[in-house]
Design a protein around this ligand. Structure first.
Ligand code: XMP
Length: 598
C-alpha cells in the first residue's frame, strides 16, 4: 500500500468500500475511463477525502438495519463532493437522509430492465441511456421512499426505486450494478458521473507508467537482488519480467513450487515459459508430499484452503532459509495486484471472499521491514495484461485462463460420509456443499441436479437463475450431460483428497482442455474449471462437472453454453475415464454461484 502511493497519482474518484465484492470492479471501470480511482474504507472521514472530485459508495452484503452494518462519515452527504451510491450505497444514502428502506428476505439476483420515469429527461446521471435497457441486480433490500429533495429516475418490474438523484446536492443512487458488464449501458452511466457530474480530467494509462514502475523497483531494491516465487500465472510473470528489465537477469531469481495440485504438464510449461522469457534462473521445487499428506483426511473446503496456505508458507520459509535469501542481499518480489492488497483486510468491513496468501503473517513481516517489492500493487488484472503486452510477453502466457492458487484441491470436492439424493419436483438435490455468493458474501449450500441435456443456446441457464432465486435449499444448478447410471441410482460417496481422485481429475481436466483448444472453444470463454464431485455409485464414485464461464474479471460471470457436438464428444471421452459415473454441466451464473465450487 505504501508502494501504491508512490506509484499512483492522487485519486480523482474514491470508492467507499462497504464490503462488497464489486467495489474493485467500480474502481477498475472508472480507470478504464482514463481516470485514476482508488478504494478506501467506507468510514473514511471526509477530511481525508479532500481532493477527490467524486465519491462512489459501493454495494455490500449488509442491510442498513444490521447492528454492525458499515456506515459513512455523515458529512460526506452534506459537504462532500458529488456522490453516487450503488445498491447498499443507495440504501445508506436514503436511510441517512430521511428516506426508507425495506428489508427483503429473498431478493433479486440477475437480469432486469430499467424503465425511465418522467423525471429522467432532466437527469445528468442517466443522460444518453436507452429506455428499457438490460441491467443487473443483486440485492435483498430496496428503497421504498426517497429522502426529501430526491426524485426517482427509473424503476424495474420488481423495484420501484431503481435510480434516484438530488441534483441540487449532487447526490445520486442506483439499485442496480452499473459496473458489471451485464448492465449493458453501465459504463455510460459511470461516464456521466465521472465526466458530466464530477468533471474529472483523464490522468491514467497503465502502459505509460512502466518507466515509473521500473524506477520504483530500482529505488526499492537498491543494491540487493530480487527473489520470486513464481506461479506461471500472469501477475507473477509480469512482475518478474518488470524486475528483469529494471535490474538485469543476474539480479533476479525465481522458484516455482510444484504442490502436486497442478494440472497435467503445468510444471514443464512453466519451465519452458521462463526459459523463453530469458530467465533460465527459475528453479522447480517439488513439494507434492508436503501438501498432500496434511490434506489426506480433510473434507472441509475452508480448512483445505487454510492448510494449503500454511504449507505454502512453510515451503517458502524453507527455501528462503536454505538459500539465505534474507541475509540482507536479497529482497522478495511478488506479483500482488491492487485487489490483493485490499481483499484480505485492507478495508474495515470487507466480507472475506477469499483469503489471499500474499498477505499471511510471514510475508507481512517482510513487507513491514521493507524487504519486499510488489511492482504491480497499484494495478488491476487487465491493466497487468496491458503492461505485459507492452513488455512484449507472448500472448500464450498473458492470455492463459486464470487458475486458482490452491490448485486442483479446490476442484476436487470431498464428502465426510455417504448420503442419498433427495428427489424434488425439478430434479434431485445432492447434499454436496458448493460455494455461492448471494448478496456479496460466501455461502455453502447443496446443488440441484436437473436430468435435462444442456443444449446450446443457454435456455437452461435462464431456468437455473429462476430456480436459485426462488429457493434457499441450493445455490447452484447443474444439468446431466451423460451418465452410466440414472440419477435415482446415484448417491454422494464418502471421499477424500487422494492421489487416485486427483489423477482422475487431472485426466478429465487435460481431456477438456485438449478438446476445447482443438475446437477453438477455449478462446471464446474466460475460464473453464473442471470439477470432480463425489456423486456416483460404489463402482464409479465420482462425476465430472464442466464449468465454462465468460467474464471480464471474475467478479461476475455467465455460465456459457457449449456447442452440442463438442459437448457430446467431450462427455463420451470423460465417461471413459475409470471411476467416472456421469458428466454434469454447471448452469449457474455468478452471482448467485461463484466460479469455483469451493
Ligand atoms: P470465484 O470462485 O470466487 O473465483 O468466483 C473468481 C476467480 O478467482 C479465482 N480464485 C482464486 N485464485 N487463489 C487464487 O489465486 C484462490 O484462492 C482463488 N479462489 C478463486 C477463480 O479461479 C476465478 O478465476
Amino acid at each position: 500500500m505504501q508502494t501504491q502511493q508512490v506509484l499512483a497519482p492522487k485519486a480523482q474518484i474514491t470508492i467507499l468500500d462497504t464490503g462488497g465484492q464489486y467495489c474493485h470492479l467500480i474502481a477498475r471501470k472508472v480507470r478504464d475511463l482514463g481516470v485514476y480511482a482508488d478504494v478506501r474504507p467506507s468510514e473514511t472521514p471526509v477530511a481525508e477525502l479532500v481532493g477527490a472530485r467524486g465519491l462512489i459508495i459501493s454495494g455490500g452484503p449488509h442491510s442498513v438495519y444490521d447492528s454492525d452494518s458499515p456506515g459513512i462519515d455523515a458529512a460526506v452527504l452534506q459537504n462532500g463532493p458529488p456522490t453516487l451510491g450503488i445498491c447498499y450505497g443507495q440504501h445508506l444514502m436514503a436511510h441517512l437522509l430521511g428516506g426508507s428502506v425495506r428489508q427483503g428476505n429473498k431478493g433479486e439476483f440477475g437480469f432486469a430492465h430499467l424503465d425511465f420515469t418522467k423525471a429522467r429527461p432532466h437527469s445528468k446521471l442517466l443522460a444518453g441511456l436507452t429506455d428499457h435497457q438490460r441491467i443487473w441486480m443483486s440485492h435483498r433490500d430496496t428503497v421504498t421512499a426517497v429522502p426529501p429533495g430526491f426524485s426517482v429516475l427509473a424503476t424495474t418490474e420488481t423495484c420501484d426505486v431503481a435510480a434516484i438523484e438530488d441534483e441540487a446536492r449532487h447526490l445520486y443512487g442506483v439499485q442496480f450494478h452499473p459496473e458489471v458488464v451485464h448492465t449493458l449501458e453501465g459504463q455510460r452511466l459511470l461516464e456521466n458521473f465521472v465526466f458530466g457530474i464530477c468533471r474529472c480530467a483523464k490522468d491514467w494509462n497503465p502502459k505509460s507508467r512502466i518507466p515509473v514502475v521500473e524506477q520504483q523497483i530500482r529505488d526499492t531494491v537498491g543494491d540487493r537482488n530480487v527473489f520470486f516465487f513464481v506461479s506461471g500465472g500472469v501477475d507473477s510473470t509480469v512482475a518478474f519480467t518488470l524486475c528483469l528489465r529494471a535490474l538485469g537477469k543476474d539480479r533476479v531469481r525465481g522458484v516455482y513450487v510444484d504442490t502436486g495440485l497442478m494440472r497435467e504438464g503445468e510444471t514443464e510449461f512453466v519451465r519452458e515459459m521462463f526459459r523463453k522469457l530469458g530467465a533460465d534462473t527459475v528453479a522447480v521445487e517439488s513439494a507434492a508430499e508436503q501438501f498432500l499428506s496434511p490434506l489426506a483426511q480433510i473434507t472441509d473446503p475452508e480448512q483445505k484452503r487454510a492448510i494449503i496456505g500454511e504449507e505454502f508458507i512453510r515451503v517458502q520459509e524453507r527455501i528462503v532459509d536454505s538459500r539465505h535469501l534474507l541475509d540482507g542481499h536479497w529482497i522478495l518480489g511478488q506479483g500482488t495486484i491492487y485487489p490483493d492488497t485490499i481483499e484480505s483486510g485492507g478495508t474495515v468491513k470487507a466480507a472475506v471472499i477469499k483469503t489471499h496468501h500474499n498477505r499471511v503473517a510471514g510475508i507481512q513481516k517482510l513487507l513491514e521491514s521493507g524487504r519486499i517489492v510488489e511492482p504491480l500493487s497499484s494495478f488491476y488484472k487487465d491493466e497487468v495484461r496491458e503492461i505485459g503486452r507492452e513488455l512484449g510477453i507472448p500472448r500464450e502466457f498473458l492470455d492463459r485462463h486464470p487458475f486458482p492458487g490452491p490448485g486442483l484441491a479446490i476442484r476436487c470436492l470431498c464428502a465426510k460420509a455417504n448420503a442419498p439424493l433427495e428427489p424434488i419436483a425439478d430434479g434431485f438435490i445432492a447434499p454436496i456443499r458448493s460455494v455461492g455468493v448471494q448478496g456479496d458474501s460466501r455461502s455453502y449450500a447443496p446443488i440441484l441436479v436437473l436430468s435435462e441435456f444442456p443444449s446450446e443456446g443457454g435456455k437452461l441457464q435462464g431456468r437455473a437463475t429462476e430456480l436459485v432465486n426462488a429457493s434457499h435449499d441450493f445455490n447452484r444448478v447443474v444439468a446431466l450431460v451423460a451418465t452410466h447410471q440414472p440419477l435415482s441410482a446415484m448417491s454422494v460417496q464418502s471421499s477424500r483428497l487422494t492421489y487416485e481422485r486427483l489423477d482422475r481429475l487431472r485426466q478429465a481436466d487435460a481431456t477438456v482442455r485438449r478438446m476445447s483448444a482443438q475446437h477453438g472453444f477455449e478462446r471464446q470463454i474466460w475460464q473453464f474449471p473442471v470439477v470432480l464431485i463425489p456423486l456416483g455409485t460404489q463402482a464409479t464414485p465420482d462425476s465430472i462437472v464442466l464449468r465454462p464461464v465468460d467474464s471480464v474479471d471474475g467478479m461476475t460471470a455467465e455460465s456459457v453454453s457449449m456447442p452440442d457436438v463438442l459437448l457430446r464428444a467431450m462427455a463420451d471421452a470423460l465417461l471413459s475415464i475409470p471411476g467416472v459415473c456421469s458428466v454434469l454441466y454447471d448452469l449457474t451464473h455468478k452471482p448467485p454461484a461463484t466460479i469455483e465450487w469451493e
